[in-house]
Ligand binder design. Structure first.
Ligand SMILES: [Zn+2]
Length: 375
């Protein structure tokens, strides 16, 4: 006799897709019986609830938020992983020393639509002076009420970023934002720098050359700069690309490991054993990379010189029918870039016979879409 067992098909594995809508996230949380721990802190422009979670009883108050940009889901997964970690026996010491307030999806409308912006097409991370949006006002109110000692601002970055002037993608990047236009080393900023150094040291074993640092030009409209200006050490995390890993499992782990490391250092009161000089040693991010490089194409007399026999393609992510599609788009003929995926046109049945010109670009991108290199 056959016994048919119904398998509950909820989102068991958040790595399935880069798309992470509110229902995907909260189905996953509900599946782990954690939904009742969430509190509603407010609502978005389209009236979706914005949830948060408070845990711990320590005097170090740490505020973390993710998916402020709706299409940056990797760090939300890391945050959920960290929440899981806090529920294990290993985290007892951290919970005694720290109190956390975590907002996994600050921009639920953008998370639903897979857009950087909120439903009113505003970049919430450029809204800290105007506070024109319900989501940015909510974060500011939470900041004022919770009075954090530290803020972790969790984001994701595009594949174009290399760690320094190299061809190595920055799998994770950090920034200790400036507190003023002079980029002064204020006490809050120095603490953020030291936390970043602690995380960098921890990640050396598996990401030694793949850690980058963002530009520190001051912009008080950004949440991190605003909170640093208020005197609260704030760390910007950017989950990035690892070769072949478009689902970003590697950067999910790197962010998770970094959060644990920083919370341990805070709990152990060891921040000042790290040096800000080591922060400046982290290479600055460059925009050297593109998703696909096709080389050895034939030159043509029709506009493109024969010396420029490379073409670069960049994926554009778009939500369609409940999935993120990766649409290959022409980027440039710039020979200075480096492709994360390289195709030698000479060895390719279609590409070997075509010349580089603008008329062919549409055909090339169509052909690339069939290769599904991002899988
Ligand atoms: Zn972002």
């Amino acid at each position: 006799m056959f016994v048919f067992t119904f398998v509950h098909m909820k989102t068991r594995n958040l790595n399935h897709n880069r798309l992470l809508t509110p229902s995907m996230l909260y189905d996953y949380i509900e599946d782990k019986d954690l939904m009742s721990c969430l509190r509603t802190f407010g609502t978005s422009a389209e009236k979706r609830p914005i949830y948060g979670y408070v845990v711990g009883e320590g005097k170090n108050r740490i505020l973390m938020w993710s998916q402020m940009h709706g299409n940056e889901s990797t760090t939300t997964k890391s945050l959920v992983d960290f929440w899981g970690y806090l529920n294990t026996g290993q985290a007892e010491f951290i919970l005694k020393e720290c109190t956390f307030l975590m907002i996994p999806q600050l921009n639920p409308d953008g998370s639903e639509a897979y857009t950087r912006l909120n439903a009113n097409k505003i970049d919430l991370n450029r809204d800290f002076i105007d506070l024109s949006q319900p989501e940015s006002r909510l974060l500011k109110e939470v900041f004022d009420d919770f009075k954090p000692d530290y803020c972790f601002n969790l984001h994701g970055q595009r594949t174009i970023f290399s760690a320094g002037n190299t061809s190595i993608p920055a799998t994770i990047s950090f920034l200790a934002p400036s507190a003023d236009p002079e980029r002064s080393l204020t006490p809050a900023r120095e603490m953020a720098m030291k936390l970043i150094v602690a995380a960098k040291n921890k990640l050396q074993s598996y990401l030694s050359n793949a850690i980058g640092r963002y530009d520190d030009a001051f912009n008080i409209n950004c949440a991190g700069d605003y909170f640093t200006y208020q005197g609260t050490p704030t760390v910007l995390f950017e989950a990035g690309h690892y070769p072949g890993d478009y689902k970003r499992t590697k950067s999910r782990k790197a962010v998770f490991d970094s959060i644990i490391q920083m919370c341990e250092i805070i709990s152990l009161k060891k921040i000042h054993s790290f040096s800000i000089a080591d922060y400046s040693e982290i290479p600055k991010n460059h925009k050297n990379l593109r998703d696909i490089e096709i080389f050895n194409l034939k030159g043509t007399s029709k506009g493109i010189s024969s010396s420029k026999n490379k073409v670069f393609i960049q994926y554009k992510e778009e939500k369609k029918e409940g999935k993120v599609l990766w649409l290959p788009c022409f980027d440039s003929f710039n020979a200075e870039h480096v492709g994360l995926n390289k195709i030698n046109a000479k060895n390719h049945p279609y590409l070997k016979d075509i010349s580089v010109n603008f008329d062919e670009i549409k055909n090339i991108t169509k052909m690339i879409s069939l290769l599904s290199l991002h899988q």
